[in-house]
Design a protein around this ligand. Sequence first.
Ligand code: ADP
Ligand code: MG
Length: 241
Amino acid sequence: MTYLKISSINKSFGEEKPVLMNFSLDIDRGQVISLVGESGSGKSTLLRIIAGLENKNSGDVFLEGEQILSPKEKLVPGYDEIQLVFQEYQLFPNSTVEENIGRPLIRYDKKYKKQRIEELLKLLNLEPFRNKLPRQLSGGQQQKVAIGRALSLEPQVLLLDEPFSSLDTIQRRELIFELKEIFQKLQVTVVFVTHDLDDALQMTDSLVIMHQGKLIQRGSPEDIFEKPKNIYAAKLFSHLN
Ligand code: ADP
Ligand code: MG
């Protein structure tokens, strides 16, 4: 059985041109993929649908065979096992690093919550910053806190929506390097969305190219470089050699 199955998703907002057209993608457990597409190609909408936060016109999402329901089909939108992280960190400005990370665990036993926060601080190398407020951290550290918060509920799938776009190149490289190791350790399934091919390649060799709401091509950088399936894919790779 496919672990995460995205099957023939169609989505439009009102009378506008469709945002997603017959979009299908199968992802294995523990796989990290980079989904690359220019601004407006439907990446965020796709992630929101996968996370059960956005309605769709047709198509299905299955996680281990269980259907992920849209907000109109489910009383409380979203799923603990699928977590979405945005570019804007959306941390609580007056809460410390540990409070931010532990926020989703509010309903859990105190002892478990404390232990889980410790695990995450250690995993993300954030222990020295535990009592700091978001504004006292660098952009990269703030984004790690946001990722820590998303990981607190032990999700099986992590969806990263252009999480590094507000960071400079060096910060991005360092953070991607660090996160790759963490994702491997956790064996979490990751869909990393970006408009930046270099960032995509730093994260993984497993690429999906998206253009104007359609999946254009899936493969390794070599596959796509050598045999791009459309002009957009060719252009994207033209600066590499
Ligand atoms: P990307 O993340 O690749 O930049 P988005 O999924 O954000 O793309 O947007 C794809 C298209 O859908 C854009 O044309 C955008 O304007 C439109 N769109 C996204 N969300 C909404 C919404 N809530 N209502 C109307 N149009 C939307
Ligand atoms: Mg987006």
